[in-house]
Design a protein around this ligand. Structure first.
Ligand code: FES
Length: 111
């Protein structure tokens, strides 16, 4: 997947779809990261959420993820600790898939 990086300002993110694959591309401090674009909780589009630093927050129920690693920062804030533990135990609380990003001039090669 090839993306023109000039349209992704620092502190912003875009969603890119190619060949049925949709990826969220974020510019964090001038470095680019690509992760899965769909929240693992209930499949809301993360691109409609917010990006603060390297943390993207889902617009639906507030789960947040680090776009540099794909790791969960917070899983459904407000969920009871017991339910959160069960979610993790059953594998419902998932990190985002990460993609490799290589800068090639004005473009990003995402694989
Ligand atoms: S769908 Fe993202 S937190 Fe619920």
């Amino acid at each position: 997947m090839k993306v023109n990086k000039s349209g992704i300002e620092e502190g912003s993110m875009i969603e890119v779809t190619e060949d049925g694959k949709t990826v969220l591309v974020a510019n964090v401090g001038g470095s680019f990261y690509a992760v899965g674009s769909v929240c693992p909780h209930m499949r809301c589009q993360l691109q409609k959420g917010t990006l603060e630093g390297s943390t993207v927050t889902c617009p639906c129920h507030g789960s947040s993820f680090d776009v540099t690693t794909g790791k969960i920062v917070s899983w459904v804030p407000g969920m009871s600790k017991a339910l959160a533990s069960v979610s993790r135990y059953l594998g419902w609380a998932k990190d985002l898939k990460t993609y490799e990003v290589r800068v090639d001039g004005d473009y990003l090669e995402i694989s």
